[in-house]
Design a protein around this ligand. Structure first.
Ligand code: DAH
Length: 361
């Protein structure tokens, strides 16, 4: 295509002839930017003059002038940006401004639930406990039978528990207690000399944190998935005093020395006797409020002496061995510590909420 340079006003034609020379001799970014303003700037540049000119041009030469303007626009813009790139990369080392304030990079943080779990684990580690893990997909046998939960127990109903459609004896564990069954079964195994692992270890104490699932409607205090920490100690002549001493110590280590703890009788099929442990409500200091439902106390864990049935089911002699177990909800404790009224906030991951949780111990 022949470009009709004759259609250009003489001043622009002259400038275009000089353009290449000016561009190649431009020594810095400012000079290129000045040329950019003159040739392609948004106001009063050669390009805007030409666009205005196009509007007044008679029909016959409109397309010729249009093609020429396009050509000039591309030529100028390409040359300008190439030269800019050249100058910037040439000066890249010397153009760093060391006096600039560096950008603030937001720091990540451990999620409050994860952090609390780590704190609980570390308190019990200091008492000689180690961590055992169990699967979230469990057998009905470990989740219920091995824990002395009868076939007619309401927790077994399909309205309460997630079962797998094609595997009716598999489920999403409803608590971390089946880890007790797994560990006890392992410990009951005997070596060639007939000595069980439990005997050679002379007992065991472990903690087991993890996710659990229940068919609960979501509301401020319920979620179909939440997290628990299970604990168990097996030894000889273990009694309620061991349980009470351990949990009182652990709760104070976790919630502060001023935390007030009380033990009440409670029922769980896998312990006898069983108890529920409350802490004095940190919000109202026991005066009674919405969070503690006016009682002044908040239940935070279930515990008890391991039921002889649980031991014998796993192949451990309950006349020789005894122990205690406990289980607590992590979100529940997190809500108490952080005075957070809605469990859902822990799952929604709103950065503003998570950030506010960083200040909480
Ligand atoms: N598994 C119980 C629950 O999910 C909590 C629990 C209670 C665990 C008593 C225990 C225990 O180990 O001894 O509600």
């Amino acid at each position: 295509m022949n470009l009709r340079f004759d259609l250009l006003p003489s001043d622009i034609a002259e400038a275009h002839q000089q353009f290449e020379g000016w561009i190649s001799t431009a020594r810095d970014v400012n000079e290129v930017n000045r040329l950019k303003g003159v040739f392609t700037g948004r106001k009063a540049s050669h390009l805007t003059t030409l666009t205005e000119l196009l509007k007044q041009t008679p029909k016959e030469s409109k397309s010729d002038l249009g093609a020429l303007i396009n050509h000039l626009k591309i030529t100028w813009e390409t040359a300008l940006s190439l030269r800019l790139d050249q100058l910037i990369s040439k000066n890249s080392t010397s153009s760093i401004d060391l006096t600039l304030t560096p950008p603030v990079i937001p720091l990540g943080a451990v999620h409050p639930i994860q952090r609390l779990e780590a704190q609980i684990v570390s308190v019990f580690r200091s008492l000689g406990y180690h961590v055992e893990e169990g699967p979230e997909v469990e057998t009905e046998e470990n989740n219920f039978d091995g824990l002395n939960i009868t076939p007619s127990h309401p927790a077994r109903r399909s309205s309460d528990t997630f079962y797998f459609q094609n595997h009716p004896h598999l489920l999403l564990r409803t608590h971390t207690s089946p880890v007790q069954v797994r560990v006890l079964k392992r410990l009951s195994q005997k070596n060639k000399e007939g000595v069980s692992l439990l005997e050679s270890l002379e007992g065991i104490r472990f903690l087991s944190p993890g996710r659990v699932y229940r068919k609960d409607e979501i509301d401020p205090t319920h979620s179909p998935m939440f997290q628990q920490v299970e604990g168990m100690l097996i030894g000889k002549n273990i009694g309620l005093h061991h349980l009470k001493g351990t949990l009182s110590y652990a709760m104070k280590a976790l919630l502060g020395a001023e935390a007030d703890v009380r033990f009440r009788p409670g029922y769980f099929p896998f312990v006898e006797p069983g108890c529920e442990v409350d802490v004095r409500c940190p919000l109202c200091k026991g005066q009674g409020c919405r969070v503690c439902k006016s009682s002044g106390w908040i239940e935070i864990l279930g515990a008890g002496l391991v039921h002889p049935q649980v031991l014998s089911h796993a192949g451990i002699d309950p006349t020789v061995w005894s122990g205690f177990a406990f289980g607590m909800g992590i979100e529940r404790i997190a809500m108490i510590i952080s005075e957070c009224p809605d469990l859902r906030l822990f799952f929604e991951n709103d950065v503003r909420f998570l950030q506010s949780m960083r200040e909480v111990r």
